[in-house]
Design a protein around this ligand. Sequence first.
Ligand SMILES: [Zn+2]
Length: 196
Amino acid sequence: MENVKKLIVDYSKKVYDKELTPGKSGNISIKFTDSEGNKLIAISPTLLSLGILKEEDIAIVDLDGNAIENNKPSSEVYMHCNIYKKREDIKAIVHTHSPYATGFAHSHKKIKRYEGFGPINIPYLAQIEYIKPGTVELAEAVGDAFSKSEDMDVLVLKEHGIITTGINLLEASDLAEFVEYSAKTQFIANMLNSIK
Ligand SMILES: [Zn+2]
């Protein structure tokens, strides 16, 4: 279990250093199987900056969110659980409030799916309407959204932030970075296009 905790610490620092999770925002997790065959989730804790985590801060929960080790998981733990329960192929989740992508989430504009990461099977990233963060209702809506398609790897939470997923934390965090830069690129293009 020390190995999965180190992965959460290392990738939390990575997404924080890339300015994807400012302040105490954002949370990341991985699904793993322990030595006894139990499917568990290692997740960043609540109310701590992702930039300063230590291995003892990392929470371990089961797929229903029940505490196995450290009872202070992220307030969005049920959102993570529901995605893992609905999609067996997803092994890692990164949730950010990165500024450009979240700016789009707070606007009436959708984020384009740019060339450069995964298949461009839809013109815009999928999104769901605002539901209060940390609630069971949000967790259920997010789980339902990810269950719609095996290709679904990003979800925009309107007026809130972004969720990216992958087969490991490298893929999920690279996608979080790519989504942020896609939103930034789109913002720059929109600004330039508005100049006569
Ligand atoms: Zn959030």
